[in-house]
Design a protein around this ligand. Structure first.
Ligand SMILES: Cc1ncc(COP(=O)(O)O)c(C=O)c1O
Length: 374
């Protein structure tokens, strides 16, 4: 059967996950649903609310589930992601990123026709360009001024620079100044909880002091946005914060699993099913999951359902494994399940999720925003 002819739902639903053709991206629904519920429960206990990041799962189906569980809206990294979710009827979307260039800004203004889109800015000319496009389209665009709180990526410096940019936004009739965003990306994945808490509080203090600075200059700051999976309950507990942008918690991966306080709370729901394609020697096994289905920038992913087997390298279409235990009987055609080291970049390599419960495929979801990097 050709890819285009196959109805994945009809074909696979009800089958055991070991019957899936591979490589296949799997969600364990029990673990996934618990992760959504646990995160949602936390946000009933603090002032801040959850605006989960779509960049992890790239799926409006999952975004809808997060909103049904209490999330106030969705965070996106890219315009293409935002277009995908707005097309499904989700209105409250933050693009936690700079949208630069004529084509993109026109698309942004277009999204605003059917949504309450909000975008981060850190540049005077960019604010002017977004303002011009919003005026031409006859829409209002909500703005967060991004502040560099120590990650040294995007963002104006705390204090006066942020206040000056906010003043400019306020002067633009078709822009609505909503508040500040500061992402503590340099602290979210620090494995030690004490160290993570210390560095995160120091970073977020810069955002809080910037809010105070704006307030002293007569500028009201309604939204304070930041946070990730590693800091949801640190940044999320700061009274001034109103929104947390965590993404990876829905799936987790082996990297976040080793982050103290996060690995214990959220379970690993995402895996990639591979098939053994060759066992050329007693100690070498080759599987069909290479770099085109598994990301490795956080380390080489490892098998979870077989002991005595270590993945040692990935090339485009092959994963090379070393057999360390004589009892490993795997032969070509057998299946191996692999835990990603980075869920977000792994998801972006796949077209669909095979969602399982008790190892039986329950549904198949298209990853409709995968590859939407423009
Ligand atoms: C702007 C922004 N917000 C939030 C996050 C948090 O994501 P996660 O929960 O996956 O760590 C990221 C991660 O890259 C990000 O870039």
């Amino acid at each position: 059967m050709r890819d285009s002819e196959m109805c994945y739902n009809d074909y696979y639903v009800g089958r055991h996950k070991s019957e899936l053709d591979t490589p296949a991206l799997l969600i364990d629904l029990d673990v996934f649903e618990k992760n959504i519920q646990k995160m949602s429960d936390y946000f009933f206990t603090v002032n801040a609310e959850l605006r989960p990041h779509l960049k992890t799962h790239k799926s409006p189906i999952i975004a809808q589930q997060q909103i049904a569980a209490g999330a106030i809206g969705i965070t996106c990294a890219k315009l293409g992601e935002a277009e995908t979710v707005v097309d499904t009827g989700i209105r409250d979307v933050l693009i936690a990123n700079q949208i630069v260039g004529k084509q993109k800004i026109e698309r942004l203004a277009n999204i605003a026709v059917n949504s309450d889109i909000m975008v981060a800015v850190d540049n005077v000319q960019n604010v002017q360009d977004i303002s011009d496009a919003a005026t031409a389209e006859g829409v209002k665009i909500r703005i967060l001024v991004e502040v560099n709180i120590g990650m040294d990526r995007c963002g104006v410096e705390p204090g006066k620079a942020a206040s000056d940019l906010a003043q400019q936004v306020i002067q633009c009739p078709n822009l609505i100044f909503e508040g500040l965003m500061g992402y503590e990306g340099h602290t979210v994945a620090k494995p030690d909880r004490t160290e993570r808490e210390k560095t995160t509080r120091a970073a977020m203090q810069r955002l809080v002091e910037t809010k105070d600075y704006l307030n002293r200059n007569g500028i009201e700051v309604s939204i304070m946005s930041g946070g990730g999976t590693g800091t949801f309950d640190i940044t999320g507990s700061i009274p001034e914060m109103t929104e947390i942008q965590a993404g990876s918690y829905v799936f987790m991966d082996s990297t976040y699993h080793n982050v103290e306080g996060v690995g214990e709370k959220f379970g690993c729901a995402l895996s990639v099913m591979a098939t053994v394609v060759s066992r050329p020697t007693k100690n070498r096994i080759v599987v069909d999951t290479g770099l085109k289905v598994l990301a490795k920038e956080f380390g080489i992913p490892q098998p979870i359902n077989v002991t005595g087997l270590e993945m040692t390298g990935l090339s485009e279409e092959h994963g090379k494994m070393h057999v360390t235990d004589d009892n490993v009987t795997l032969q070509p055609g057998d299946r191996v399940e692999i835990l990603p080291t980075h869920c977000c970049t792994t998801v972006n390599l796949h077209d669909r999720y095979y969602c399982t419960r008790n190892d039986i495929v329950e549904s198949v979801w298209e990853i409709s925003a995968r590859g939407k990097s423009q």
